[in-house]
Design a protein around this ligand. Structure first.
Ligand code: B3K
Ligand code: ZN
Length: 854
C-alpha cells in the first residue's frame, strides 16, 4: 500500500489563486464545472496535476480552448501547461445519491451536503486537494426550486435568481483564501433559527442554524452556545469573526461530530438538536463544546491552516484546548478537567499503548482519515496545555497573539506554533518538542523520603517512556509536574504549589523545614499527560481525597484508591473495601463540595480502565471486582444514597449548573442503590423513568434498568422505544444503552439488535450506537468463545463496503489482543486476519487491521 511520508513534503508546483465552481445540482447526476486560475510556483517544467477520485473528466479547457493532451495518471488528471499562468476548466458528473461514504457531495434526508476534510473535495471535482493550496472560491448552484429551496455555500451570498423550468440559482463568494477541505455547500428544504452577533469592532454578523422544519424548536441551545463562543474568543484570545454571515447546517448522516467549513459549518444533528425531553445534560454540554470547537476553528484552522496533514494537531490539538477552556468557563473548571482526563484515559492512553500508537505529529500514513484520533486531538490539546503551564497565562496569550498575527492567511506547521511560544516567552522548548515526535504515555515514579524528626524531605522522580511501534528507544521528555506536600499529622499544606519540570531520566527535589511526615500531591490539575506510579498508601490517598486543595488532585487520589482496591480485587478475588467506602462517605458529607464534583469523585473507574492496569486483562474478574466494590459502597452507605436520592429530587426541569449537578449526583445515587441489591430498585428506577420531565433523569433510570434483571426492564425499554420511535437521535440512545449494558447476556442481545428493523449500518450514528458501544463494553465484547469478535468483524466487513472511514474507526477494540489471554488473543487475531483477507478491502480498514496484527 502507498505510504505518505512527512519527510517527503514538497511545496505545491502550481498555485490556484482563484476557483469558480458551477454546480448543476441533482441527486442522481450533478454536473460540476470548475474554472481554476493557476500560476506556476517557482521555476520548473512540471505539468499541472489535479487530484480526482472516482470521476472522469468530460472536458478540459485551457484558457477557454478545449484541449486533449491531458492524461490520467493513477487518480490524477495531468494537464501540460506552457506558460506561468492559465485558466483551466474541467467538467465532471457525480452522483450524490450513491455516495455512501459520506465524503464529497452526498445526500442526507433528501438534502444535499458536502464533507471535504481531509480528501473529499477530489470526489467533487479535479483540484490540487492538499491543505497548502489556498484559493478564493466563487460558487454558483442551480437546483430544483421545490426540492432545494435553500442554497448555501461558504462566505457571503452574492446573488440569486430564477433559472426557469422550476429551477433557481444562487451565488456565494468567500473572500478568504482557503484550502479545498474547507469548501462546503448545502442544498435542501431547511428552516432557520436566526440570530445576530455584534463583534467588538461593531460588525454585525447574521447567524443561522439550519435544520428540517420539525427540528426548529431544538435549536436554541446551539444558537446560544454559538453567541457565547463568539464572545469568548474575543475576550480570551482576542479573535473576532470576519464574515457577515455564519451558518450552521445539521444533517443526520455524518461521519463524525461536525465540520468547520468557512462560514458554513456542517454538523452531525446530534451536536445541534436538543430539548429537555430528548437530550441529556451531557448532550447539552457536548453541543456547546462542539459548536465552540467548530467556531474556534475559524482562527485556529481556517485563517491559519495546516501545511500538510501531518500537522493536523496544529489545528485540532489547539482547538480542543480552546474548546476545553470555553467549557471550563461555562461551568465548573474542576469537573471539566476531570471529564477531559477521564476521556483521555478511556481513549488516548489505550491508543498510545497499542498497535495504532502514533506521535501527535505522525511521520507516515496510508489513509489520513485514520489519523483523526484521540492522540491528535486530545493528547495534542495536552501538549498545548503543558506549554501554557510552562509559559504562564500572560506569556501564553502573547505567544498565541504572535502566532495568529504572523501566520494569518497561511498554511503552517506545529513547529511554527512552538517557535512562537519560544520567541514570545524567551523559553527554550527544544526538548519539549519530543512530545510531538515520540508516541507513548510517559510513566513517572515518585516517592518521598523524610527522616522522622528531620527537616528535609527528598522527592525522587524518574520517568520512562514505553516503546511504541517503530520507536523502540525513547528520550526523556519535559514533564511539567505541579506538586505540593501536606502534613500527615496536622493536615496542613507544608509547601506552596511548585511546578517541577522533570526533564532528566531521574531527578530529586528537596524541601526544607518539613517538620512532619509529608504526603505528596503530584500532577495536580493533571499538569502532564502521564501515568504516576507512587508508593502512597491507602491512608495517604484517603487523606488527599479529603484534604487536598486542588480539586483534581482530590478526585485523582480517590480514583487511585479505588483503582488499587479494584486491581487487588481482580487479581486476588477479594479486597478490603473499607478505605474506599469511608472516603466516599467523607466526600458526600463535605459541605464545601458541589454536587457535580461529588458525582464525579464517587464514580468508580471503568472496567476497561481497570483492565488497563493489569498485565493480562481478565474481563470477568474485573467485572466481578467492580461489582463487588459497587455493592459494598451501595450497602455500606445505603442511608446516604437513599437520603441523597430523596433530597436531590427537584421540581420542574431547569438547565442551571445547580440543577445539572443535582441530576448528576442523583443518577449516581440511583446506581449505588441498584448496586446494593435492594429489592425495591426496579420499582424505584421505573418510577423515576415514568415521572421524569427530562431525558437526563429518564436515561439514568433506563440505564439502571437495562443493566439489571428487573421485572420493569422490558417495559421501560418498550415504552422508551415507542415514545421516541420517530426521533433517530433518541433511538440511538435506546440501542446504545443496551449495547453498554453490564448484563451477562449483552453480547447475544446486541446480535439480536443488529437484526432490528431500525438498525442500519448506513447511518454512522446508528452504527456507532450499537457496534461502537459494544466494542467498548469490555465484559460483553470479550465474552469467552469469541462470538463478540466474530460479530464485530462481520459488521465491519459489511460497513466497509458502504463507509470505510466509519468502519475503520470501530476496529481498534479488536487490535487490543495483546492485552488478553492466549485464547482470546488468538480469536481476535483470527478475526483481524479474516478482515485483512477481504478482497477489495478499503485502504482505511487495511491500514488499521494490518497494523493491529503486527
Ligand atoms: N475537522 C473536522 C474533522 C474532520 C474529520 C475528517 N476525517 C472536525 C473537527 O475536528 O472540528
Ligand atoms: Zn476540530
Amino acid at each position: 500500500p502507498a505510504v505518505t511520508l512527512r519527510a517527503d513534503y514538497r511545496p505545491p508546483e502550481w498555485l490556484v489563486p482563484e476557483t469558480a465552481l458551477d454546480f448543476d445540482l441533482d441527486p442522481a447526476a450533478t454536473r460540476v464545472r470548475t474554472t481554476l486560475s493557476v500560476t506556476r510556483n517557482g521555476s520548473h517544467a512540471e505539468p499541472l496535476r489535479l487530484d480526482g477520485a472516482g470521476q472522469e473528466p468530460l472536458a478540459v479547457k485551457v484558457d477557454g480552448v478545449l484541449v486533449n493532451d491531458w492524461r490520467i495518471e493513477g487518480e490524477q488528471l495531468v494537464v501540460p501547461l506552457a506558460g506561468d499562468a492559465h485558466s483551466v476548466e474541467t467538467e465532471v458528473v457525480i452522483a450524490p445519491d450513491r455516495n455512501t461514504q459520506l465524503m464529497g457531495l452526498y445526500a442526507s434526508g433528501g438534502n444535499l451536503c458536502t464533507q471535504c476534510e481531509a480528501e473529499g473535495f477530489r470526489r467533487i471535482t479535479f483540484f490540487p486537494d492538499r491543505p497548502d493550496v489556498l484559493s478564493r472560491y466563487r460558487v454558483r448552484m442551480t437546483a430544483d426550486s421545490a426540492r432545494f429551496p435553500i442554497l448555501l455555500a461558504n462566505g457571503d451570498p452574492v446573488a440569486q435568481g430564477d433559472a426557469g423550468e422550476g429551477r433557481h440559482w444562487a451565488e456565494w463568494n468567500d473572500p478568504f483564501p482557503k484550502p479545498s477541505y474547507l469548501f462546503a455547500l448545502v442544498a435542501g428544504d431547511l428552516a432557520v433559527n436566526r440570530g445576530s452577533f455584534t463583534t467588538r469592532s461593531g460588525r454585525e454578523v447574521q447567524l443561522g442554524i439550519w435544520v428540517r422544519a420539525s427540528d426548529l424548536p431544538r435549536t436554541d441551545h446551539a444558537l446560544h452556545a454559538l453567541k457565547l463562543s463568539m464572545a469568548w474568543d474575543e475576550r480570551v484570545y482576542g479573535r473576532e469573526y470576519d464574515l457577515d454571515v455564519f451558518n450552521i447546517v445539521a444533517v443526520d448522516d455524518f461521519n463524525f461530530g461536525a465540520m468547520e467549513n468557512k462560514g458554513l459549518n456542517i454538523f452531525n444533528s446530534r451536536y445541534i438538536l436538543a430539548d429537555p425531553d430528548t437530550a441529556t445534560d451531557y448532550d447539552y454540554d457536548g453541543i456547546a463544546a462542539v459548536v465552540a470547537h467548530e467556531y474556534f476553528h475559524n482562527w485556529s484552522g481556517n485563517r491559519i491552516t495546516c501545511r500538510d496533514w501531518f500537522q493536523l494537531s496544529l489545528k485540532e490539538g489547539f482547538t480542543v484546548y480552546r474548546d476545553q477552556g470555553f467549557s471550563a468557563d461555562q461551568g465548573s473548571p474542576a469537573v471539566k478537567r476531570i471529564e477531559d482526563v477521564r476521556s483521555l484515559r478511556a481513549a488516548q492512553f489505550p491508543e498510545d499503548a497499542g498497535p495504532l500508537a502514533h506521535p501527535v505529529r505522525p511521520d507516515a500514513y496510508q489513509e489520513i482519515s485514520n489519523f483523526y484520533t484521540a492522540t491528535i486531538y486530545n493528547k495534542g490539546a495536552e501538549l498545548i496545555r503543558m506549554m501554557a503551564t510552562i509559559l504562564g497565562p500572560q506569556a501564553f496569550r502573547a505567544a498565541t497573539d504572535l502566532y495568529f498575527d504572523r501566520f494569518d492567511g497561511t498554511a503552517a506547521t506545529c513547529e511554527d506554533f512552538v517557535a512562537c511560544m519560544e520567541e514570545s516567552s524567551g523559553r527554550d522548548l527544544g526538548q519539549f518538542r519530543l512530545w510531538y515526535g515520540q508516541a507513548g504515555t510517559p510513566r513517572v515514579s515518585a516517592s518521598v523520603d523524610h527522616a522522622p524528626g528531620g527537616g528535609r524531605a527528598t522527592l525522587r522522580l524518574a520517568q520512562r517512556v514505553p516503546a511504541t511501534p517503530g520507536q523502540p528507544d525513547k528520550q526523556p521528555m519535559v514533564l511539567p509536574l505541579k506538586l505540593r506536600l501536606f502534613g500527615a499529622e496536622t493536615g496542613r499544606p507544608l509547601t506552596d504549589e511548585r511546578l517541577v519540570l522533570l526533564d532528566q531520566p531521574a531527578e530529586t527535589v528537596t524541601f526544607e523545614a518539613i517538620t512532619e511526615r509529608p504526603i505528596l500531591s503530584i500532577n495536580r490539575g493533571f499538569s502532564a499527560p502521564v501515568v504516576i506510579e507512587s508508593d502512597r498508601t491507602a491512608a495517604d490517598l484517603a487523606f488527599l481525597s479529603a484534604h487536598d486543595d486542588d480539586p483534581f488532585a482530590r478526585y485523582e487520589a480517590m480514583q487511585q484508591l479505588m483503582l488499587d482496591t479494584l486491581v487487588a480485587g481482580a487479581i486476588e478475588g477479594a479486597a478490603d473495601h473499607d478505605a474506599v467506602v469511608a472516603a466516599i462517605f467523607n466526600t458526600l458529607e463535605n459541605p464545601e463540595l458541589d454536587y457535580a464534583f461529588m458525582a464525579e469523585a464517587v464514580l468508580l473507574p471503568s472496567e476497561s480502565f481497570i483492565g488497563d492496569q493489569l498485565a493480562v486483562v481478565d474481563p470477568e474478574a474485573v467485572h466481578r471486582a467492580r461489582e463487588t466494590l459497587r455493592r459494598a459502597i451501595g450497602q455500606g452507605l445505603a442511608d446516604s444514597w437513599r437520603q441523597l436520592y430523596a433530597v436531590l429530587q427537584q421540581g420542574p426541569y431547569a438547565y442551571t449548573p445547580d440543577a445539572k449537578g443535582k441530576r448528576r449526583l442523583r443518577g449516581v445515587a440511583l446506581g449505588y442503590i441498584a448496586a446494593s441489591g435492594d429489592a425495591d430498585t426496579g420499582r424505584l428506577a421505573f418510577r423515576q423513568f415514568e415521572a421524569a420531565d427530562n431525558m437526563t433523569d429518564r436515561q439514568a433510570a433506563l440505564t439502571t434498568l437495562a443493566n439489571g434483571d428487573y421485572a420493569e426492564r422490558e417495559a421501560a425499554l418498550d415504552i422508551f422505544y415507542n415514545r421516541y420511535a420517530d426521533n433517530s437521535l433518541v433511538l440511538d440512545k435506546w440501542f446504545q444503552t443496551q449495547a453498554l449494558s453490564s448484563r451477562a447476556d449483552t453480547a447475544a442481545l446486541v446480535e439480536q439488535l443488529a437484526q432490528h428493523p431500525d438498525f442500519s449500518l448506513a447511518n454512522p450514528n446508528r452504527a456507532r450506537s450499537l457496534i461502537g458501544a459494544f466494542g467498548v463494553n469490555q465484559r460483553a465484547f470479550h465474552t469467552a468463545g469469541g462470538a463478540g469478535y466474530r460479530f464485530l468483524a462481520d459488521q465491519l466487513i459489511a460497513l466497509d463496503t458502504l463507509n470505510p472511514q466509519t468502519a475503520a474507526k470501530l476496529l481498534p477494540p479488536l487490535g487490543r489482543w495483546r492485552r488478553f489471554d492466549e485464547q482470546r488473543a488468538a480469536l481476535m487475531r483470527a478475526e483481524l486476519e479474516r478482515i485483512v483477507a477481504v478482497p477489495s478491502l478499503s485502504k482505511d480498514m487495511f491500514e488499521q487491521a494490518s497494523k493491529s496484527l503486527e
